[in-house]
Design a protein around this ligand. Structure first.
Ligand SMILES: *Cc1c(COP(=O)(O)O)cnc(C)c1O
Length: 399
């Protein structure tokens, strides 16, 4: 096994470590308090109150009512639930408007729905990753069931003007879903005066456990559940609750509310210091995305003439964790669809790395990361130069 103490973890957009305070809050619900929250006796009721508290804490993070939150199994389920709900309201409205740079939990779902009679418009982005709002507005028709757009992009970190999109949706009388998985805990969110109808969260992106998500359902929005069965979550999501994880999610949300006061600035400083040092030390690097409207923790960099897959392996040898495109795509050799949508050539997209900083990173780690990345890129470029100077090998004759 890899010893975690040695790891420099710069991949917080893929997942975050569990905050120790979260684990502490979860443990009693994995051991002592195993009652079913739906049971009538007090041993069940006390578990139910723990879930109620978690719901209040998540609602606090979003500035909404606890009754507007349902717990799900992950961000992916929240996204699937929101879109499928909107498609069930009116058989004549089966059109989805989304963007070219969404997470696969939206894009693959839309691809699947398109095979079953839905139509999908993917609104493009410009070279900085910005959405064209006029184009988004023009895409909405009388058959549109839902607009789905992410708040913060997991690969580039670019932020979409979510309140403006919500306003377009309100004017057009279309449901608006926001994938806020990367935004929650990194930016202040207040839904109280918002016209967003549905909003997805995932605990493991904000120092909570994996396998639990939430979906905000505005009181004003009509809703159809994805799962039917027991009457958990007020009949809006059946299935016995993942109690310990929900409790952990609640604690993570509470920590996030406190952390939002100072943490984003501290993390932004580390990210900016890293970026500045890399740009100063390495020639031919570009920072991807709108540098003003961007998550404070994310740095997407393109290094001319390198292969990100090989770079990841070399960085891994130095115990540095980062990613090429999104984690969901590693293993498949596809260039990032986000960077391609931003107009990067296949080759440049394949030469890109994403570094995402987080709560437990230190200045010492940032210093080490700068040295490791600088040495790795220089080494890769030396190797590339060597191999391109080698005499061409004679082709092996076919048998
Ligand atoms: C991670 C992520 C998801 C999926 O969340 P899971 O809980 O891992 O299913 C969805 N959208 C975005 C933007 C993400 O970064």
């Amino acid at each position: 096994m890899i010893v975690p103490e040695k790891i420099i973890y710069l991949d917080h957009n893929a997942t975050t470590p569990l905050d120790p305070a979260v684990l502490e809050e979860m443990l009693p619900f994995l051991t002592t308090y195993y009652g079913n929250p739906s049971s009538a006796y007090r041993f069940g009721a006390q578990v139910r109150s723990a879930i109620d508290l978690a719901r209040e804490r998540v609602a606090m993070l979003l500035g909404c009512e606890p009754g507007e939150i349902i717990f799900t199994s992950c961000g992916t389920e929240s996204n699937n639930t929101a879109i499928r709900s909107a498609l069930q309201l009116d058989p004549k409205r089966q059109h989805i408007v989304t963007t070219a740079v969404e997470h696969s939990a939206i894009l693959r779902l839309c691809g699947e729905l398109a095979k079953r009679g839905s139509t999908v418009t993917y609104v493009p982005v410009d070279s900085d990753g910005n959405l064209d709002l006029d184009e988004l507005e023009r895409a909405v028709t009388s058959e549109t069931a839902i607009i789905s757009a992410m708040w913060a992009n997991n690969e580039s970190g670019v932020l979409f003007p979510i309140e403006k999109i919500a306003e377009i949706a309100r004017r057009k009388r279309v449901i608006f879903h926001c994938d806020a998985v990367q935004a929650a805990g990194k930016l202040p969110i207040s839904l109280r005066h918002s016209t967003i109808n549905f909003l997805s969260l995932s605990a493991h992106k904000l120092y909570g456990p994996k396998g639990v998500g939430a979906l905000y359902l505005s009181r004003r929005a009509p809703f159809r559940p994805l799962l039917f069965g027991g009457s958990q979550e007020n009949g809006r999501r059946a299935g016995t609750e993942n109690v310990a994880s929900i409790v952990g999610f609640g604690k993570a949300a509470e920590r996030a509310v406190e952390a939002l006061r100072t943490e984003p600035d501290r993390i932004r400083q580390m990210r900016d210091q890293f970026e500045a040092a890399i740009i100063a030390a390495i020639p031919d690097v570009t920072v991807n995305g709108n540098l003003k409207e961007r998550l404070p923790n994310t740095s997407s960099l393109t290094f001319d003439g390198i292969q990100s897959g090989a770079a990841l392996m070399m960085l891994d040898q130095s115990n540095l964790c980062c990613s090429a495109g999104s984690a969901c795509h590693t293993g498949s050799l596809q260039a990032s669809h986000v960077l391609r949508a931003m107009g990067l050539s296949e080759e440049r997209a394949r030469g890109s790395l994403r570094f995402s900083f987080g709560r437990f990173n230190t200045a010492t780690e940032v210093g080490k990361a700068i040295a490791i990345v600088t040495a790795t890129i220089a080494k890769m470029r030396r190797l590339n130069a060597l191999s391109s100077n080698l005499p061409e090998r004679k082709p092996v004759p076919a048998l």
